[in-house]
Design a protein around this ligand. Structure first.
Ligand SMILES: [Zn+2]
Length: 95
C-alpha cells in the first residue's frame, strides 16, 4: 500500500473503511461504480478516499451489470461515497 500522509499533522493516514463503493457521476447521472478505501488521519480526523481499483466495477453502458452494482453500492450507506466532480478533477490533472 502507498504511504499517504496528512500534510497538516505530519502523520500517516490509517484505513478507516476498507472496500467503499464510489459512485462516479457525470452530467447525465451515475456513470461508474468503483471500489476504493477510506483513510483517516488519526490526529485531525481528516478523511480521504484512495486505493482505487484499476478499473471500475461497472460502467453505465454495461446496463444490467451497472444497475445491479448501483443497487449493491446503495445498500450500505456507510460504505458509499458519491463523487460529483470526478471527471472535472481527472481532466484537471490531464492538463
Ligand atoms: Zn491530520
Amino acid at each position: 500500500m502507498k504511504t499517504i500522509l496528512c500534510a497538516a499533522c505530519e502523520v500517516q493516514l490509517v484505513p478507516s473503511r476498507n472496500g467503499v463503493f464510489v459512485i462516479q457521476h457525470a452530467e447525465f447521472g451515475p456513470s461508474a461504480v468503483w471500489k476504493a478505501d477510506e483513510l483517516k488521519c488519526p490526529k485531525c480526523a481528516a478523511r480521504i478516499v484512495a486505493n482505487f481499483s484499476n478499473k471500475p466495477l461497472a460502467e453505465y453502458w454495461q446496463n444490467k451489470q451497472f444497475q445491479a452494482m448501483l443497487k449493491l453500492a446503495k445498500r450500505d450507506p456507510h460504505k458509499l461515497v458519491e463523487c460529483y466532480d470526478f471527471e472535472k478533477s481527472a481532466s484537471a490533472h490531464a492538463g
